[in-house]
Design a protein around this ligand. Structure first.
Ligand code: GAL
Length: 659
């Protein structure tokens, strides 16, 4: 990974000047200076105006904008402009349009209406990329290439005939022979045996449950296809503009499982991430913290670039909440605390027309004479004081294992409970541990675990043999691990590991379940330590583990719910049910103390503490003043911190600790 090519912790933004007359551009640039903007993302949706007809380009207006920004000292993250094909392409070549699982074509009239496997789309896109790279590839303002935009934001998969052929090629590469595919997909079931690759279709709509491994492979194929598009643009950019790093903006969050970003990361020069608070969640900022920790995991621990977020409300949720005064700064620092080396937004000026006209921006409809723009200026000033944080790495004692493939497989249909969702377990455990003031990495099961004091494995339904072996090795080396219910159940082909659950971890944990016993929505059970649990239980025996808690009521009364197996200096805990929030918090408290994790001794509700290099971030979104032990200097105020930093409700501190 290369470093973020902007200065300090830069403030950035998507800039769409084509929506405004030239007279506004000059005012824009003056306001950008006032806000201390470091970079602008340009050209994301400019294709139709840059290439008004096939092969005829109009770069004049774009040259002007680039010059204006350059003169103002604003660096440019230059998009390849291929995110939204112009109407001449989709009407002249309707074969580029995507098709859904039911065979419906998705037409032009919004954006991203292209099939990831379309060679026709690829050819037109690469022609434009070539023009862009030749014209701007050595422009002094251009510091970063931004391929397309949020690949997979709307179209993650396509079921058209072109995609079907590409899928068959992908399967041929993966399996080599049709018999291997038949084994992997378990096609002896329901007369699904294939005689040749030519018979295979994408998993289009079927009379009843489609083959799960077929679906899993289609998910793998689909992320590879979009990644293939990214790679094609990147390769051309590298050839024509070798000095400028290349990225694309990912969507790492708890809503979008479709792209396996662990596959994407090695192809990117740096990790860029878009994140929007989701007002539909009970605690949107807990999800923000998880998404940020996972982004860092995808980046292999390196600093990353927050490419988009919102200054206030978005426009695409059922009800779009504006931020309260002060929240913009705190929300932005949450990303920086968790490894972001830039904070950027969609978009500079709120649109007057179009689908996103009610989306917040840096300059709202009210204009620069507004509370929001003043907050933006304040944010620019605050980030300006944090320049020295750039490049430092977050230091976590705890890892939460996370795998997109496990997410895909766990959430397929026909499982013991349709109420069990992979991401729920991940969110619950990430939140419980971070609320203690512990810093958490969210990493792939293949990551090096040796530096962690505690590893949490929430509902890792699908798990490979090497990942299970690495976890066992980690515990043998003195590590502490917590595995939760419905983990280690299947291999990469979604085939059940036989002999009892949780197959992959049975030996490590010293337990064995013969049956699952999921609960009805709203049904709960009590444990003999007083905890309440719901959703899921298992008919479990502890063959080689200490039983820490048993069910106190219900059909499984007297049988184990929580166990621990001591392995040398380490320990392997198994939780066979879904504890409620307070019991999850209590268990997280016990585990982190047991494992000697750095955390707050007496955590305060709403107070976030994150360790990033020498810097201690304290963000207080609670109702009470936070007093946190630290010694050094608060970069935001310049004040000396002698023994404790005091942070008022709604406030933040970034303490450079004395070494
Ligand atoms: C992102 C997208 C932006 C804008 C934004 C609105 O998904 O990249 O172009 O649409 O959402 O929240």
């Amino acid at each position: 990974m290369t470093g973020i090519p902007f200065d300090g912790i830069a403030l950035g933004c998507d800039y769409n000047p084509e929506q405004w007359p030239r007279s506004v551009w000059r005012e824009d640039v003056a306001l950008m200076r006032e806000a201390g903007v470091g970079f602008m993302t340009l050209g994301v949706f400019s294709w139709a105006l840059l290439e008004p007809e096939p092969g005829r380009y109009d770069f004049g207006w774009f040259d002007e904008v680039l010059e204006l920004l350059h003169e103002a000292g604003v660096a440019v993250d230059l998009a390849t402009a291929t995110a939204a094909p112009p109407p001449w392409l989709t009407s002249g070549h309707p074969e580029v349009l995507p098709v859904d699982a039911e065979g419906r074509t998705l037409f032009q009239g919004s954006r991203q209406s292209w099939c990831p496997s379309s060679p026709v789309f690829r050819e037109h896109a690469l022609r434009l990329v070539g023009e862009m790279a030749r014209r701007y590839g050595s422009h002094p303002a251009v510091r970063l290439w931004h391929v397309s935009n949020e690949l997979g934001c709307h179209i993650t998969k396509c079921w058209c005939d072109v995609s079907a052929a590409a899928f068959r090629r992908w399967l041929t590469d993966r399996y080599g022979s049709i018999e291997k595919l038949n084994d992997a997909w378990g096609t002896a079931f329901w007369s699904q045996h294939y005689a040749s690759f030519d018979e295979v279709l994408p998993p289009r709509i079927t009379p009843t449950v489609p083959n799960p491994t077929h679906q899993l492979d289609f998910a793998r194929f689909s992320t590879d296809e979009l990644l293939g598009h990214y790679r094609a643009e990147r390769d051309l950019l590298r050839e024509l503009s070798p000095a400028v790093p290349v990225t694309t903006n990912l969507m790492v969050n708890a809503r979008q499982p479709d792209e396996d970003y662990f596959r994407w990361a090695p192809e990117m020069d740096l990790i860029a991430q878009d994140h929007y608070l989701d007002g539909r969640l009970a605690d949107p900022r807990a999800e923000q913290a998880l998404a940020s920790d996972l982004t860092r995991g995808v980046a292999g621990g390196a600093p990353w670039l927050l490419m988009e977020s919102a200054t206030s409300a978005v426009n695409w949720q059922p009800v779009n909440h504006a931020k309260r005064p002060g929240e913009l700064l705190l929300d932005s620092l949450r990303y920086v605390a968790r490894g972001a080396d830039a904070v950027a937004f969609f978009q500079w000026r709120a649109s007057k027309a179009g689908a996103e006209k009610f989306h917040s921006a840096l300059v709202p409809h009210a204009g620069a004479d507004s509370a929001l723009f003043r907050e933006v200026v304040g944010l620019g000033a605050a980030l300006g004081k944090l320049g020295e944080v750039a490049g430092s790495r977050v230091r976590a004692d705890v890892a939460v294992l996370f795998d997109y493939e496990a997410w895909w497989a766990c959430d397929l249909g026909s499982h013991p409970s349709g109420e069990l969702h992979y991401i729920d377990a991940v969110q619950r455990w990430h939140r419980a541990v971070t609320e203690l003031g512990a810093t958490v990495d969210v990493v792939h099961p293949s990551a090096d675990l040796s530096g962690y004091r505690l590893v949490v494995v929430p509902t890792l339904y699908l798990c490979s043999d090497p990942a299970a072996a690495a976890l066992a090795e980690y515990v043998r080396g003195g590590g502490h691990v917590l595995v939760t219910y419905f983990s280690g159940i299947v291999d990469e082909n979604d085939h059940v590991r036989l002999g009892g659950y949780p197959g992959a971890f049975r030996e490590l944990l010293g337990v064995r379940a013969e049956e699952f016993a999921p609960l009805r929505p709203g049904e709960t059970v009590t444990l003999d330590d007083g905890s309440t649990a719901g959703l899921w239980t298992e008919v479990l025996t502890a063959s080689d583990a200490e039983v820490l808690a048993r069910y106190a009521d219900g059909p499984l009364a007297g049988t184990p719910a929580l166990t621990r197996r001591t392995v040398g200096a380490g320990g392997a805990w198994y939780l066979a049910t879904r504890l409620d929030e307070s019991a999850t918090a209590a268990l997280a408290d016990r585990l982190t103390r047991d494992a000697g994790v750095a955390r707050m001794d007496a955590p305060l509700p709403g107070v976030e503490v994150v360790r990033r290099g020498r810097y201690l971030f304290v963000l207080n979104r609670g109702d009470a003043t936070a007093v946190v032990p630290a010694r050094g200097t608060d970069l935001l105020t310049g004040a000396r911190v002698d023994a404790c930093v005091t942070v008022a409700p709604g406030g933040a501190a970034v303490v450079r600790k004395e070494v």
